[in-house]
Design a protein around this ligand. Sequence first.
Ligand code: GSH
Length: 246
Amino acid sequence: MLDLHYWPTPNGKKVTIQLEECGLEYNVVECNIGKGDQFTDEFLKINPNNRMPALVDHDPDDSGEPISIFESGAIMLYVAEKTGQFMPSDMRGKYEVIQWVMWQMANQGPKTGECGHFRRAGEEAGDQTYAITRFTDEVNRFYGVLNNQLYNQRYLCGDEYTIADMICYPWTVNWEGQGQDINEFKYFKRWFEELSERPAVQRGMAVGADMQNDYSKLSEEEIAQLRALLYNQRARPAPETGGLEA
Ligand SMILES: N[C@@H](CCC(=O)N[C@@H](CS)C(=O)NCC(=O)O)C(=O)O
């Protein structure tokens, strides 16, 4: 069985889309990042970066101990290898897909995340004009990259639907909130509409629709505690004893 530690954000939904496309059985373990589940000792053992998603495979192919994987791109490569699905087996095709997975993880994901962060920052955060322009332009550039890639082929890596498509899709669903207009990117739009119609994509996107936080029920003190935990995160101290000599 696969345990997916999950909260319904684009990074989580990439993985649920893949699991749904592969027809795998999986167990969703709620990792409520609005309440701080990502900081528990138990979770940090499977993801020292205190971020979801993370996957635990209790039935790995080597028949060994359960294996845990963090970083959504690594999870998707693992599932692709485990199932042999949505990833070409030939060397050139495989690296075509891997480079788009890396592109998404290093470019589209983090910078689109920052775009949303600065666009949502309230007035109390001060003037965000420079950051908003910087990241909105970058995101615009990404839509151009995808549009150019899709102008003469159906999917990002050719005729075949792969994890490259699945990993990029969820970050484009909120294009309006990113200050973009997909009508400017007609090849991208064709791909986006096709993927949006896929039943497995719809099922993957819907996972965790009921997972929400209602902060209105919390006291001011509880809210202050959460803010201290979740905002302005800095380095966690390493243990003082029991490790290698520093
Ligand atoms: N590169 C990581 C990014 C994961 C990530 O940023 N997850 C966010 C939600 S989308 C999270 O867990 N945030 C918790 C926090 O900010 O404390 C991946 O793709 O898995």
